[in-house]
Design a protein around this ligand. Structure first.
Ligand SMILES: Cc1cc2nc3c(=O)[nH]c(=O)nc-3n(C[C@H](O)[C@H](O)[C@H](O)COP(=O)(O)OP(=O)(O)OC[C@H]3O[C@@H](n4cnc5c(N)ncnc54)[C@H](O)[C@@H]3O)c2cc1C
Length: 374
Protein backbone atom coordinates (compact mmCIF):
# COMPACT_ATOMS: atom_id res chain seq x y z
CA UNK A 1 0.00 0.00 0.00
CA UNK A 2 1.17 3.51 -0.81
CA UNK A 3 2.06 5.90 2.00
CA UNK A 4 2.59 9.63 2.19
CA UNK A 5 3.24 12.01 5.06
CA UNK A 6 0.65 14.58 3.99
CA UNK A 7 -2.37 14.13 1.75
CA UNK A 8 -4.26 17.22 0.61
CA UNK A 9 -7.71 16.67 -0.88
CA UNK A 10 -8.71 19.25 -3.51
CA UNK A 11 -6.66 21.23 -6.02
CA UNK A 12 -8.53 24.51 -5.94
CA UNK A 13 -6.67 27.68 -5.05
CA UNK A 14 -6.72 26.69 -1.36
CA UNK A 15 -5.32 23.16 -1.80
CA UNK A 16 -2.69 24.51 -4.20
CA UNK A 17 -1.62 27.29 -1.83
CA UNK A 18 -1.48 24.83 1.07
CA UNK A 19 0.58 22.40 -1.05
CA UNK A 20 3.03 25.15 -2.08
CA UNK A 21 3.45 26.44 1.48
CA UNK A 22 3.73 23.07 3.24
CA UNK A 23 6.22 21.74 0.70
CA UNK A 24 8.30 24.86 1.21
CA UNK A 25 8.19 24.64 5.01
CA UNK A 26 8.42 20.84 5.45
CA UNK A 27 10.99 19.83 2.87
CA UNK A 28 11.48 16.38 4.37
CA UNK A 29 7.78 15.42 4.03
CA UNK A 30 6.19 13.59 1.12
CA UNK A 31 3.03 15.41 -0.04
CA UNK A 32 0.29 14.30 -2.43
CA UNK A 33 -2.39 16.64 -3.72
CA UNK A 34 -5.38 14.55 -4.74
CA UNK A 35 -7.96 16.01 -7.13
CA UNK A 36 -10.92 14.31 -8.79
CA UNK A 37 -10.74 16.33 -12.02
CA UNK A 38 -8.03 16.24 -14.69
CA UNK A 39 -6.68 19.66 -13.75
CA UNK A 40 -6.60 22.11 -10.86
CA UNK A 41 -9.20 24.85 -10.37
CA UNK A 42 -12.26 23.28 -11.98
CA UNK A 43 -14.77 24.34 -9.34
CA UNK A 44 -15.14 27.41 -7.06
CA UNK A 45 -11.69 28.77 -7.85
CA UNK A 46 -12.42 29.28 -11.55
CA UNK A 47 -15.92 30.70 -11.07
CA UNK A 48 -15.58 33.86 -9.03
CA UNK A 49 -15.11 37.62 -9.33
CA UNK A 50 -11.28 37.48 -9.11
CA UNK A 51 -11.27 40.43 -6.73
CA UNK A 52 -8.47 40.94 -4.23
CA UNK A 53 -10.60 42.15 -1.35
CA UNK A 54 -9.35 44.77 1.10
CA UNK A 55 -10.93 43.21 4.22
CA UNK A 56 -13.65 45.79 4.82
CA UNK A 57 -16.81 43.85 5.49
CA UNK A 58 -16.15 41.06 7.93
CA UNK A 59 -16.72 41.24 11.70
CA UNK A 60 -13.63 42.34 13.64
CA UNK A 61 -11.70 39.42 15.15
CA UNK A 62 -13.17 37.03 12.55
CA UNK A 63 -10.78 34.85 10.58
CA UNK A 64 -12.26 36.30 7.39
CA UNK A 65 -11.23 39.82 8.45
CA UNK A 66 -7.77 38.91 9.74
CA UNK A 67 -6.84 36.52 6.94
CA UNK A 68 -8.18 38.90 4.28
CA UNK A 69 -6.05 41.85 5.39
CA UNK A 70 -3.00 39.61 5.78
CA UNK A 71 -3.77 37.65 2.60
CA UNK A 72 -4.26 40.72 0.44
CA UNK A 73 -0.73 41.96 1.20
CA UNK A 74 0.79 38.50 0.75
CA UNK A 75 -1.04 38.13 -2.56
CA UNK A 76 0.11 41.46 -3.99
CA UNK A 77 3.71 40.60 -3.03
CA UNK A 78 3.32 37.12 -4.53
CA UNK A 79 1.94 38.53 -7.81
CA UNK A 80 4.87 40.94 -8.12
CA UNK A 81 7.42 38.27 -7.31
CA UNK A 82 6.02 35.57 -9.61
CA UNK A 83 4.58 37.68 -12.44
CA UNK A 84 0.95 36.83 -11.82
CA UNK A 85 -1.18 39.45 -13.63
CA UNK A 86 -3.09 41.78 -11.29
CA UNK A 87 -4.29 45.35 -11.13
CA UNK A 88 -4.74 47.42 -8.01
CA UNK A 89 -7.63 49.27 -9.63
CA UNK A 90 -9.50 50.32 -6.46
CA UNK A 91 -13.18 50.06 -5.69
CA UNK A 92 -16.08 52.36 -4.90
CA UNK A 93 -18.83 51.35 -2.48
CA UNK A 94 -21.56 53.77 -3.31
CA UNK A 95 -24.49 55.38 -1.55
CA UNK A 96 -27.22 56.16 -4.03
CA UNK A 97 -29.20 58.31 -1.64
CA UNK A 98 -28.86 59.80 1.85
CA UNK A 99 -30.43 56.70 3.42
CA UNK A 100 -27.42 54.62 2.31
CA UNK A 101 -24.85 56.94 3.92
CA UNK A 102 -25.10 55.48 7.48
CA UNK A 103 -24.26 52.03 6.09
CA UNK A 104 -21.13 53.49 4.45
CA UNK A 105 -20.19 55.09 7.79
CA UNK A 106 -20.67 51.72 9.48
CA UNK A 107 -18.46 50.06 6.87
CA UNK A 108 -15.82 52.74 7.33
CA UNK A 109 -15.48 52.04 11.05
CA UNK A 110 -15.75 48.28 10.47
CA UNK A 111 -12.84 48.55 8.03
CA UNK A 112 -10.79 50.56 10.52
CA UNK A 113 -11.40 47.92 13.19
CA UNK A 114 -10.18 45.30 10.74
CA UNK A 115 -6.95 47.21 10.06
CA UNK A 116 -8.01 48.67 6.70
CA UNK A 117 -6.84 52.24 7.18
CA UNK A 118 -6.83 53.53 3.60
CA UNK A 119 -10.56 54.07 2.90
CA UNK A 120 -11.62 57.54 1.79
CA UNK A 121 -15.08 59.10 2.00
CA UNK A 122 -16.01 60.79 -1.30
CA UNK A 123 -18.85 63.22 -1.99
CA UNK A 124 -20.87 63.17 -5.21
CA UNK A 125 -18.47 65.57 -6.96
CA UNK A 126 -15.42 63.46 -6.09
CA UNK A 127 -17.16 60.30 -7.28
CA UNK A 128 -18.01 62.04 -10.56
CA UNK A 129 -14.36 62.98 -11.03
CA UNK A 130 -13.22 59.38 -10.64
CA UNK A 131 -16.14 57.71 -12.40
CA UNK A 132 -18.13 60.24 -14.45
CA UNK A 133 -20.57 57.54 -15.62
CA UNK A 134 -21.55 56.35 -12.15
CA UNK A 135 -24.41 58.10 -10.37
CA UNK A 136 -23.87 58.30 -6.60
CA UNK A 137 -24.62 60.58 -3.70
CA UNK A 138 -21.41 59.57 -1.91
CA UNK A 139 -18.96 56.67 -1.87
CA UNK A 140 -16.18 54.93 -0.01
CA UNK A 141 -13.05 54.53 -2.07
CA UNK A 142 -10.96 51.45 -1.29
CA UNK A 143 -7.63 51.99 -3.04
CA UNK A 144 -6.16 48.62 -2.01
CA UNK A 145 -8.87 46.52 -3.67
CA UNK A 146 -7.73 44.93 -6.93
CA UNK A 147 -8.26 42.19 -9.48
CA UNK A 148 -6.15 39.15 -10.24
CA UNK A 149 -5.82 36.47 -12.89
CA UNK A 150 -6.85 33.55 -10.71
CA UNK A 151 -5.87 30.97 -13.35
CA UNK A 152 -2.31 32.28 -13.55
CA UNK A 153 -2.21 32.36 -9.75
CA UNK A 154 -3.20 28.68 -9.58
CA UNK A 155 -0.74 27.78 -12.35
CA UNK A 156 2.07 29.43 -10.39
CA UNK A 157 1.09 27.80 -7.10
CA UNK A 158 0.95 24.39 -8.77
CA UNK A 159 4.37 24.97 -10.36
CA UNK A 160 5.87 25.97 -7.00
CA UNK A 161 4.35 22.94 -5.29
CA UNK A 162 5.74 20.63 -8.00
CA UNK A 163 9.16 22.28 -7.75
CA UNK A 164 9.13 21.48 -4.03
CA UNK A 165 8.31 17.84 -4.73
CA UNK A 166 4.52 17.74 -4.33
CA UNK A 167 2.89 15.04 -6.44
CA UNK A 168 -0.44 16.21 -7.91
CA UNK A 169 -2.67 13.17 -8.42
CA UNK A 170 -5.34 14.36 -10.87
CA UNK A 171 -8.36 12.24 -11.81
CA UNK A 172 -8.21 10.66 -8.34
CA UNK A 173 -11.52 10.80 -6.49
CA UNK A 174 -11.49 10.33 -2.71
CA UNK A 175 -14.34 8.01 -1.73
CA UNK A 176 -13.68 7.13 1.90
CA UNK A 177 -11.51 8.00 4.90
CA UNK A 178 -10.75 5.67 7.81
CA UNK A 179 -8.71 6.53 10.87
CA UNK A 180 -5.78 4.20 11.66
CA UNK A 181 -3.24 4.08 14.49
CA UNK A 182 -0.83 6.14 12.38
CA UNK A 183 -3.20 8.56 10.70
CA UNK A 184 -5.71 7.90 7.94
CA UNK A 185 -6.42 5.38 5.26
CA UNK A 186 -7.83 7.19 2.24
CA UNK A 187 -9.80 5.22 -0.35
CA UNK A 188 -9.89 6.65 -3.85
CA UNK A 189 -10.85 5.87 -7.44
CA UNK A 190 -8.04 5.86 -10.00
CA UNK A 191 -8.50 7.46 -13.43
CA UNK A 192 -9.58 4.01 -14.76
CA UNK A 193 -12.19 3.81 -11.91
CA UNK A 194 -10.39 1.01 -10.05
CA UNK A 195 -10.19 1.65 -6.32
CA UNK A 196 -7.06 1.95 -4.22
CA UNK A 197 -5.85 2.95 -0.77
CA UNK A 198 -3.21 5.29 0.53
CA UNK A 199 -2.11 5.89 4.11
CA UNK A 200 -1.17 9.34 5.37
CA UNK A 201 -0.31 10.76 8.77
CA UNK A 202 -1.80 14.18 7.99
CA UNK A 203 -4.96 14.69 5.97
CA UNK A 204 -5.94 18.17 4.85
CA UNK A 205 -9.49 18.62 3.63
CA UNK A 206 -9.56 21.42 1.02
CA UNK A 207 -12.47 19.92 -0.91
CA UNK A 208 -14.49 23.14 -1.31
CA UNK A 209 -18.11 22.26 -2.08
CA UNK A 210 -17.43 18.68 -0.89
CA UNK A 211 -15.55 19.60 2.30
CA UNK A 212 -18.58 18.60 4.40
CA UNK A 213 -18.72 15.21 2.65
CA UNK A 214 -15.03 14.56 3.40
CA UNK A 215 -15.47 15.60 7.04
CA UNK A 216 -18.40 13.21 7.27
CA UNK A 217 -16.39 10.35 5.69
CA UNK A 218 -13.77 10.98 8.38
CA UNK A 219 -16.44 10.28 11.00
CA UNK A 220 -17.66 13.76 11.94
CA UNK A 221 -21.39 14.33 12.40
CA UNK A 222 -21.51 17.39 10.14
CA UNK A 223 -24.95 18.53 11.24
CA UNK A 224 -23.99 18.46 14.92
CA UNK A 225 -20.63 20.08 14.20
CA UNK A 226 -22.25 22.84 12.09
CA UNK A 227 -20.20 21.70 9.08
CA UNK A 228 -23.04 21.23 6.59
CA UNK A 229 -22.18 23.00 3.34
CA UNK A 230 -25.08 24.95 1.84
CA UNK A 231 -24.75 25.66 -1.87
CA UNK A 232 -25.37 29.31 -2.68
CA UNK A 233 -25.27 30.14 -6.35
CA UNK A 234 -24.04 33.39 -7.89
CA UNK A 235 -24.67 34.27 -11.54
CA UNK A 236 -22.88 36.86 -13.67
CA UNK A 237 -23.93 38.83 -16.70
CA UNK A 238 -21.38 40.47 -18.98
CA UNK A 239 -21.67 43.94 -20.47
CA UNK A 240 -20.97 44.86 -24.07
CA UNK A 241 -17.35 45.78 -24.79
CA UNK A 242 -18.21 49.31 -25.87
CA UNK A 243 -19.97 50.15 -22.59
CA UNK A 244 -17.31 48.40 -20.50
CA UNK A 245 -15.02 51.31 -21.33
CA UNK A 246 -17.27 53.68 -19.39
CA UNK A 247 -16.15 52.37 -15.97
CA UNK A 248 -12.59 51.98 -14.73
CA UNK A 249 -13.00 50.69 -11.15
CA UNK A 250 -15.04 48.13 -9.28
CA UNK A 251 -18.36 49.57 -8.12
CA UNK A 252 -20.38 48.00 -5.29
CA UNK A 253 -23.64 48.89 -3.55
CA UNK A 254 -23.66 48.56 0.28
CA UNK A 255 -23.51 44.81 1.20
CA UNK A 256 -26.54 42.59 1.83
CA UNK A 257 -27.65 41.79 5.36
CA UNK A 258 -25.63 39.02 7.07
CA UNK A 259 -23.10 39.22 4.23
CA UNK A 260 -25.11 36.68 2.21
CA UNK A 261 -23.45 38.41 -0.73
CA UNK A 262 -22.01 41.79 -1.50
CA UNK A 263 -24.99 42.84 -3.63
CA UNK A 264 -24.95 42.73 -7.44
CA UNK A 265 -21.88 44.75 -8.25
CA UNK A 266 -19.61 45.70 -11.10
CA UNK A 267 -16.25 44.06 -11.45
CA UNK A 268 -13.68 44.57 -14.15
CA UNK A 269 -11.66 41.81 -15.72
CA UNK A 270 -7.97 42.33 -16.47
CA UNK A 271 -8.80 42.66 -20.18
CA UNK A 272 -11.14 45.57 -19.44
CA UNK A 273 -14.56 43.91 -19.65
CA UNK A 274 -17.16 44.62 -17.00
CA UNK A 275 -19.31 41.99 -15.39
CA UNK A 276 -22.38 42.35 -13.22
CA UNK A 277 -22.87 39.97 -10.33
CA UNK A 278 -22.94 37.72 -8.56
CA UNK A 279 -26.48 37.43 -7.24
CA UNK A 280 -27.02 34.98 -4.36
CA UNK A 281 -29.60 32.22 -3.96
CA UNK A 282 -29.51 28.78 -2.34
CA UNK A 283 -29.71 25.65 -4.48
CA UNK A 284 -29.90 21.91 -3.74
CA UNK A 285 -27.78 20.55 -6.62
CA UNK A 286 -24.68 21.86 -8.36
CA UNK A 287 -25.76 23.56 -11.57
CA UNK A 288 -23.78 26.23 -13.41
CA UNK A 289 -26.48 27.40 -15.86
CA UNK A 290 -27.22 31.12 -15.84
CA UNK A 291 -30.94 31.74 -16.00
CA UNK A 292 -31.45 34.30 -18.81
CA UNK A 293 -34.71 35.30 -17.12
CA UNK A 294 -32.60 36.94 -14.38
CA UNK A 295 -31.37 39.58 -16.83
CA UNK A 296 -33.98 42.16 -15.76
CA UNK A 297 -33.23 41.60 -12.05
CA UNK A 298 -29.59 42.43 -12.75
CA UNK A 299 -30.55 45.41 -14.86
CA UNK A 300 -32.87 46.81 -12.17
CA UNK A 301 -30.23 46.23 -9.45
CA UNK A 302 -27.73 48.53 -11.15
CA UNK A 303 -29.60 50.84 -13.51
CA UNK A 304 -29.96 53.59 -10.92
CA UNK A 305 -26.20 53.96 -10.56
CA UNK A 306 -25.25 52.96 -14.12
CA UNK A 307 -27.80 55.05 -16.06
CA UNK A 308 -26.09 54.39 -19.41
CA UNK A 309 -27.03 50.68 -19.35
CA UNK A 310 -29.82 49.17 -21.47
CA UNK A 311 -31.21 45.65 -20.83
CA UNK A 312 -29.83 44.57 -24.22
CA UNK A 313 -26.27 45.31 -23.00
CA UNK A 314 -26.44 42.35 -20.60
CA UNK A 315 -25.56 38.80 -21.69
CA UNK A 316 -25.49 35.70 -19.43
CA UNK A 317 -21.85 34.89 -18.64
CA UNK A 318 -21.18 32.26 -15.96
CA UNK A 319 -22.10 31.11 -12.48
CA UNK A 320 -20.20 30.03 -9.38
CA UNK A 321 -21.31 28.31 -6.18
CA UNK A 322 -20.42 29.41 -2.67
CA UNK A 323 -19.76 26.70 -0.04
CA UNK A 324 -21.66 28.42 2.76
CA UNK A 325 -21.84 27.20 6.34
CA UNK A 326 -24.85 29.42 6.98
CA UNK A 327 -28.14 28.26 5.51
CA UNK A 328 -30.97 30.53 4.32
CA UNK A 329 -31.73 33.23 6.89
CA UNK A 330 -28.91 32.17 9.23
CA UNK A 331 -26.36 34.68 10.51
CA UNK A 332 -22.74 35.22 9.45
CA UNK A 333 -20.41 32.22 9.72
CA UNK A 334 -16.66 32.44 9.70
CA UNK A 335 -14.23 30.12 7.88
CA UNK A 336 -13.54 26.86 9.69
CA UNK A 337 -9.82 26.00 9.60
CA UNK A 338 -9.36 23.44 12.30
CA UNK A 339 -7.18 20.60 13.50
CA UNK A 340 -9.66 17.95 14.67
CA UNK A 341 -7.53 16.67 17.55
CA UNK A 342 -10.37 17.51 19.97
CA UNK A 343 -12.56 14.99 18.13
CA UNK A 344 -9.82 12.36 18.46
CA UNK A 345 -9.00 12.79 14.78
CA UNK A 346 -5.36 13.70 15.31
CA UNK A 347 -3.79 14.78 12.01
CA UNK A 348 -7.03 15.79 10.24
CA UNK A 349 -7.25 19.45 9.29
CA UNK A 350 -10.61 20.59 8.00
CA UNK A 351 -11.13 23.71 5.90
CA UNK A 352 -14.84 24.39 5.53
CA UNK A 353 -16.95 27.29 4.34
CA UNK A 354 -14.07 28.80 2.34
CA UNK A 355 -16.27 31.21 0.43
CA UNK A 356 -15.36 34.82 -0.41
CA UNK A 357 -12.78 36.20 0.42
CA UNK A 358 -11.11 32.78 0.08
CA UNK A 359 -9.22 33.65 -3.09
CA UNK A 360 -7.74 36.75 -1.43
CA UNK A 361 -6.90 34.68 1.66
CA UNK A 362 -5.33 31.67 -0.06
CA UNK A 363 -1.78 32.44 1.09
CA UNK A 364 -2.75 33.45 4.63
CA UNK A 365 -4.94 30.33 4.90
CA UNK A 366 -1.94 28.25 3.79
CA UNK A 367 0.13 29.82 6.58
CA UNK A 368 -2.63 29.07 9.09
CA UNK A 369 -2.64 25.41 8.05
CA UNK A 370 1.16 25.28 8.35
CA UNK A 371 0.94 26.64 11.88
CA UNK A 372 -1.67 23.98 12.77
CA UNK A 373 0.60 21.23 11.44
CA UNK A 374 3.53 22.52 13.46
C1 LIG B 1 -19.57 33.55 -6.99
C2 LIG B 1 -18.30 33.64 -6.21
C3 LIG B 1 -17.56 34.80 -6.22
C4 LIG B 1 -16.38 34.89 -5.48
N1 LIG B 1 -15.62 36.01 -5.56
C5 LIG B 1 -14.47 36.09 -4.87
C6 LIG B 1 -13.66 37.23 -4.98
O1 LIG B 1 -13.90 38.11 -5.79
N2 LIG B 1 -12.56 37.32 -4.19
C7 LIG B 1 -12.23 36.35 -3.32
O2 LIG B 1 -11.26 36.52 -2.57
N3 LIG B 1 -12.97 35.21 -3.21
C8 LIG B 1 -14.06 35.06 -4.00
N4 LIG B 1 -14.80 33.92 -3.94
C9 LIG B 1 -14.36 32.84 -3.07
C10 LIG B 1 -13.25 31.98 -3.69
O3 LIG B 1 -13.50 31.74 -5.05
C11 LIG B 1 -13.16 30.66 -2.90
O4 LIG B 1 -13.00 30.95 -1.54
C12 LIG B 1 -12.02 29.78 -3.35
O5 LIG B 1 -11.95 29.67 -4.75
C13 LIG B 1 -12.24 28.40 -2.73
O6 LIG B 1 -11.24 27.56 -3.21
P1 LIG B 1 -11.18 26.05 -2.77
O7 LIG B 1 -9.86 25.54 -3.20
O8 LIG B 1 -11.56 25.92 -1.33
O9 LIG B 1 -12.38 25.33 -3.57
P2 LIG B 1 -12.37 24.70 -5.03
O10 LIG B 1 -11.74 25.59 -6.01
O11 LIG B 1 -13.76 24.26 -5.32
O12 LIG B 1 -11.45 23.42 -4.89
C14 LIG B 1 -11.88 22.26 -4.21
C15 LIG B 1 -11.40 21.09 -5.03
O13 LIG B 1 -11.67 19.89 -4.32
C16 LIG B 1 -11.94 18.88 -5.28
N5 LIG B 1 -12.64 17.78 -4.63
C17 LIG B 1 -13.84 17.84 -4.00
N6 LIG B 1 -14.19 16.61 -3.55
C18 LIG B 1 -13.17 15.77 -3.90
C19 LIG B 1 -12.97 14.37 -3.73
N7 LIG B 1 -13.87 13.59 -3.11
N8 LIG B 1 -11.81 13.83 -4.22
C20 LIG B 1 -10.88 14.60 -4.85
N9 LIG B 1 -11.06 15.94 -5.07
C21 LIG B 1 -12.19 16.50 -4.59
C22 LIG B 1 -12.80 19.62 -6.30
O14 LIG B 1 -12.86 18.93 -7.52
C23 LIG B 1 -12.13 20.97 -6.36
O15 LIG B 1 -11.20 21.04 -7.41
C24 LIG B 1 -15.96 33.79 -4.68
C25 LIG B 1 -16.71 32.61 -4.70
C26 LIG B 1 -17.86 32.52 -5.47
C27 LIG B 1 -18.63 31.24 -5.51
Amino acid sequence: MEKTDILIIGAGVIGLAVAAELSHKFKHCSIILMERYGKYGREISSRNSEVIHAGIYYPAESMKARLCVEGKNLLYDFCRRWNVPFKRCGKLIIAQNVDDIPSLEKLFSQAENNGVQDLEFLDAGQVAQLEPNVQARAALLSPSTGIIDSHQLMARLEWLARQNGVFPAYCHHVTDVKQTNNGFLVHYLNPDKTSDLIECSRLINCAGLEAGTIASLAGIDVIKAGFKIHLCKGEYFSISHQKSKLISRLVYPPPLEDLKGLGIHITKTLDGRIRLGPNAFYIEEIDYQVNPAHRMDFYHAVKSFLPFLEPSDLAPEMAGIRPKLSGPGEPFRDFVIKHEADRNLQGLINLLGIESPGLTCCLSIARTVTALIR
